[in-house]
Design a protein around this ligand. Structure first.
Ligand code: ADP
Ligand code: MG
Length: 700
């Protein structure tokens, strides 16, 4: 790696962005393309052809041989189908080609992607359409360079088969409703309101050689067995600690790869757990932030391999150690550059901000279940509510100054709202200091952090499109109701304050500034009637409630058919994931762990016999042998039980099957794990068939 990197030159060098377009396209074509990008108008075929030609030339200059439509199927990952630019001519020669049609539209073989029955019932094929707001880029994978065209993926009958299409629709919805609000405040200039997102990505880094000795990590991305090492994260010495050289080399390389892709990776630091780290890019329009996050995850994994490392994106790779999430920072900005969630210097008299705050309170309170569902992946079941991540209960943290304002408004004292710029701190010896309108609370799932909301339930491995689709839609719905009411008002100012007060009063139960990890909060939340949805399987039905269907249809984000399909796919993903975990456990326990323990019992028995033959007391050997044998019996019984339950669940389908995995198979996995983890602490390390937690967590 060269030391003198020209970062401005590297930055975006793998992206066919605005600069390249401007340089390579005829002026009229460029203008027309830009217009379509801003307005969403369909691309003229001539413009499409010219763009495709310029893009292809650029890509070939960069060494690309293939192009692909890159999309985000319901699996939560990314997919691509590669075509080469090669186009044979009749005379045996070839030309390198990509037409406008090929740029705009593709027909991947959709049958290998889950659709929740949509394709089976309606039309077998699906097609991908270029999201022209998202720039094409070159993905570098070993010797192959591929031009990737970000697309949305739909069925022929128009149903969304991906995560991006509903996200784009929700962005339209929030824009439409927020613009109505802008008009009410006399803003005639704003044409669009943009949902912006900055997603902080947490991840673990482990040594690849060590990783390869763990079937569970290879097949499931998390450890299914493993006793806690003598040292965990209790010393809190990792968080913001010095980054080890091997990891910092990795981070540097990762940064460079991301910069090439025009992704502004900015902050990197260690996280709470050993071997855990975080990367945050600078925020972006929601769909671009989603594309970037998908790329970040891909590049993280790819670059790790280069360094003999493996990047783990699972929500809970190690039991008993902090898990990983994604903090989804979300705000609304007008196309004139005004952040509608910015409280300004005097939030108490910033009516636009107060209205937005009331809308978000209403949205989150009324649709907490949907928001919870948007963060549901199998891995998050191990993380949420685990005293290290937000609880499974949705609540909103506003911080003291803002809460004071809300309380004053509710009490009807809006004219005498206290100043927030000078806040007293708890300790009387400290001077009165100015502080942010929102201070920090790491235990809240949904926190106001100054000029944005930070949704912290989002899973580290998942696609943030789901969470942002829900956020945009529920906020759009609240704003739509507000606009309906205020547009009819005779006295706007009066109606506005009445509405803000009423909504804040109705939805104040959603605000909670205390410690979300405590059992007291669980009880208090129950008293407030806030849902506590503990698992993915329990969250899925939220997608298809009467309210959810009406909400999404009202704003053209999902049809009922699409929601039912997504629920089906979610059950399927859950069942498949747990099935692989169960089978992996069965394999490891049956083939590796139990045989190793049997060997150990023989060693102990031989030792006891040998010691006793010398006339010496072998009490310790016998005692140990007895303990090991008892645990071995437990493990073997649990293994048989897990086998039986896995087979039973595997024979079912749909929701029933997902429930069987959740209610029967998962507990059986826990029952098997307990004696095995116990044995790991007793059995000699030399005999244990795989590397222990300490080797994984402290080895890089
Ligand atoms: P912390 O870890 O303290 O939450 P970071 O600075 O690591 O904060 O990350 C904050 C994330 O929020 C970054 O991705 C940042 O770009 C993003 N962000 C900042 N302002 C906004 C905003 N107005 N809207 C959306 N995201 C934002
Ligand atoms: Mg954060």
């Amino acid at each position: 790696m060269s030391e003198n990197l020209n970062i401005p030159e590297i930055y975006g060098s793998s992206v066919f962005g605005d600069q390249e377009m401007r340089a390579r396209l005829p002026k009229a074509i460029y203008k027309s393309l830009r217009r379509s990008m801003v307005t969403g108008e369909e691309l003229d075929p001539i413009v499409a052809d010219a763009t495709a030609m310029a893009m292809k030339e650029w890509a070939i200059e960069k060494g690309a041989t293939h192009f692909t439509h890159w999309f985000q199927p319901l699996t939560g990952t990314t997919a691509e189908k590669h075509d080469s630019f090669i186009n044979p001519q009749g005379d045996g020669s070839i030309i390198m080609e990509m037409s406008g049609k090929e740029l705009i539209k593709g027909e991947p073989d959709a049958s290998s992607f889950p659709s929740g029955g949509i394709r089976a019932t309606f039309e077998a094929r699906g097609y991908t359409v270029w999201d022209i707001t998202s720039s094409a880029f070159i993905y570098d994978s070993g010797k192959t360079k591929t031009l990737c065209i970000p697309t949305a993926f739909c069925s022929y009958t128009g149903e969304a088969l991906d995560k991006k299409t509903p996200l784009l629709r929700s962005m339209e919805a929030i824009s439409k409703q927020a613009v109505r609000i802008c008009r009410l405040f006399g803003d005639e200039q704003t044409q669009r309101v943009i949902a912006s997102v900055g997603a902080e990505q947490e991840y673990f880094i482990v040594d690849r050689e060590t990783y390869l000795k763990r079937k569970d990590l290879i097949f499931t991305g998390r450890t299914l067995f493993g006793a806690m090492p003598p040292k965990g994260q209790e010393m809190e010495d990792h968080y913001f600690g010095a980054i080890k050289e091997r990891v910092s080399n990795y981070m540097r390389d990762l940064d460079i790869e991301l910069w090439k892709l025009g992704i502004a990776a900015k902050t990197e630091h260690n996280e709470a757990a050993p071997a855990q780290h975080e990367l945050a890019p600078i925020y972006h329009t929601a769909n671009l932030a989603t594309d970037e996050n998908m790329l970040i995850m891909n590049v993280m994994k790819k670059v790790a391999l280069r360094h003999g490392l493996v990047c783990l994106l699972h929500e809970k790779p190690f039991a008993g150690v902090n898990g990983s999430g994604k903090h989804n920072n979300w705000s609304l900005t007008t196309d004139t550059g005004k952040n509608l969630l910015s409280p300004g210097k005097l939030p108490q008299s910033n009516k636009m901000f107060l209205l937005m705050l009331a809308a978000v309170m209403k949205a989150v309170d009324e649709h907490a279940g949907l928001l919870r569902m948007s963060a549901a992946v199998p891995g998050n079941d191990h993380r949420l509510g685990g005293h290290e991540a937000p609880p499974a209960i949705i609540s909103m943290f506003l911080g003291e100054p803002l809460t004071n304002i809300v309380e004053h408004i509710i009490a009807g004292n809006d004219e005498s709202v206290p100043m927030v710029s000078n806040m007293k701190v708890g300790v009387s010896t400290l001077p009165v200091i100015r502080r942010d309108a929102g201070d920090r609370n790491r235990t809240s799932p949904f926190a106001f952090t100054g000029n944005k909301f930070e949704f912290r339930m989002t899973p580290s491995s998942g696609c943030i499109a789901d969470a942002n689709t829900v956020l945009n839609t529920i906020a759009a719905d609240a704003l739509c109701q507000f606009a309906d009411e205020l547009e009819q008002a005779e006295d706007f100012d009066k109606a506005l304050m009445t509405l803000i007060r009423r909504e804040m009063t109705t939805h104040q139960r959603i605000i909670f500034n205390g410690n979300g990890y405590t059992v007291e909060w669980q009880a208090e939340a129950a008293r407030r009637g806030l849902p506590n949805i503990r698992s993915m399987v329990d969250a899925v039905p939220e997608l298809t409630t009467k309210d959810s269907v009406a909400l999404f249809e009202r704003h053209g984000v999902y049809t009922e058919k699409e929601l039912v399909a997504r629920a089906d796919v979610s059950y399927e993903i859950y069942a498949k994931t747990i099935n692989i975990e169960a089978l992996t456990m069965i394999d490891m326990a049956g083939k590796d762990i139990i045989p190793a323990i049997v060997r150990y019992t023989k060693e102990l028995a031989d030792a006891a016999v040998a010691v006793e033959s010398l006339g010496i007391d072998a009490g310790v050997q016998r005692e140990l042998l007895t303990r090991v044998s008892v645990l071995l019996r437990q493990a073997n019984n649990a293994l048989a039980d897990l086998r039986m339950k896995q087979a039973k669940a595997a024979a079912l389908t749909g929701e029933k099957q997902a429930r069987a995995y959740y209610e029967e198979v998962c507990p059986a996995m826990d029952v098997l794990r307990a004696p095995v983890d116990h044995l790991e602490m007793i059995v000699s390390g030399e005999l244990w068939p795989m590397p222990a937690y300490d080797e994984l967590l402290f080895n890089v």
